[in-house]
Structures are given as C-alpha cells and as structure tokens.
Design a protein around this ligand. Structure first.
Ligand code: CO
Length: 201
C-alpha cells in the first residue's frame, strides 16, 4: 500500500479510537486553539514534534524548517512567531534542533549546485560555523562536529528570538528554551533554559 493510502486508513483508525474514548474531543478542538507553547523545529522526518513529547492536538503551535532557523527577515518564520506571541500569547517558545541534522551537515560541506534555495537558507549557518571554527575544528569526528554545530545553532536561534522586536514588544514575554534531540537515544537534552541559561552547552 502506498504511503498516502496507508496514512488515510491510519487517520480513520486514530480518529475513531479517540472519538470512542473521548466523544467531545474533536468538538472541543473545533472551538479554537489555546496552545501554551510554540515549537520551532527542523523539518527532518525523524523529529516529529508532537510525537517525541507526546503532545496532543491543540498543545503545540508549530513551525518547522530546514535546521530550525529563525530570522527576522524570514517572513514565514517571523509571522508564525508574531502570531504565537501577539495573538495566541504563548508562554513558552521551544527551539528544538537535533543531532545528525542534514541542514547543519550541509553548512559544513561545499554548497550543492543542485540546491540553490537550500544554500541560501543555510548561509547563516555557514557564518555561525565560521564564527566557531576553532571549536569545531578541534572535533575530529565529522558526525560529532555536525552535532556540536547543531547545538550551537540552537543557542544562536534562541539568542535571535530573545533579541527580536516581536518578543521585545510582547505584552507577556514568553520564556525561550533551547533543546536538542538525540536520535540515537530518542532523548531531548536542554541546552538553554529561560531561568537557567546555557544548561548544558
Ligand atoms: Co535537521
């Protein structure tokens, strides 16, 4: 069975199961959303936001892109943050990167001529890698180097969010958290916490 067919059948089973267990669930969902958390993650298929933290529909407002990047001049990412902060008034923003990130790896490799748009997207990551060249060059293993840059990238995106006018002008400023997902163990590691900056960086 091809994936779309399989997914439609899986959706039927999932929705029936929830409706049987909680008859009001979907009626309540239809009434509106009040998520308390904005999640900014990578598009990578191995890091499904709701799945890895067992969040239910309605709990997370989500933006995912290659290498979980936030930039004020990126209309897509910043409109999501603006809506989350000013309209939904989320209390937390979680930036979640991950180990083995292909976008991060690309920023440590020669630009691919076949992927001009991706190259443009990750230009900031190349600059970040250049800024931390000594730190990164000291790591011999390429996979470990990618993982380190993925962590530095989370901290960088947290800093960009903290400095953005969207957060500065917020009525109630959300707390920003920086996490990285370790694919080998399926575990989240805190890199930055609003109350306790640079937890494990
Ligand atoms: Co990634």
């Amino acid at each position: 069975m091809n994936p779309p067919k399989r997914f439609l059948l899986a959706n039927l089973a999932w929705s029936s199961e929830i409706a049987a267990r909680e008859p009001d669930f979907f009626t309540q969902l239809a009434q509106g959303q009040q998520p308390r958390v904005l999640w900014i993650g990578c598009s990578d298929s191995r890091v499904p936001a709701e799945r890895i933290i067992n969040a239910r529909p309605g709990e997370l407002f989500v933006h995912r892109n290659i290498a979980n990047l936030f930039a004020a001049d990126d209309a897509n990412a910043s409109s999501v943050v603006e809506y989350a902060v000013h309209a939904l008034e989320v209390e937390h923003i979680i930036v979640c990167g991950h180990h083995h990130c292909g976008g991060v790896r690309a920023a440590l490799s020669a630009p691919s001529p076949a992927l001009p748009l991706v190259n443009r997207r990750i230009a900031g990551l190349r600059e970040l890698a250049a800024r931390h060249r000594a730190d990164l060059d000291a790591i011999d293993d390429m996979d470990a180097r990618v993982d380190r840059l993925a962590e530095l990238n989370v901290i960088e995106q947290v800093a960009r969010l903290e400095a953005s006018p969207i957060l500065r002008d917020a009525k109630r400023r959300p707390q920003v958290h920086g996490w990285v997902f370790g694919l080998r163990e399926g575990r989240l590691l805190q890199l930055h916490d609003a109350h306790n900056a640079a937890v494990a960086a």
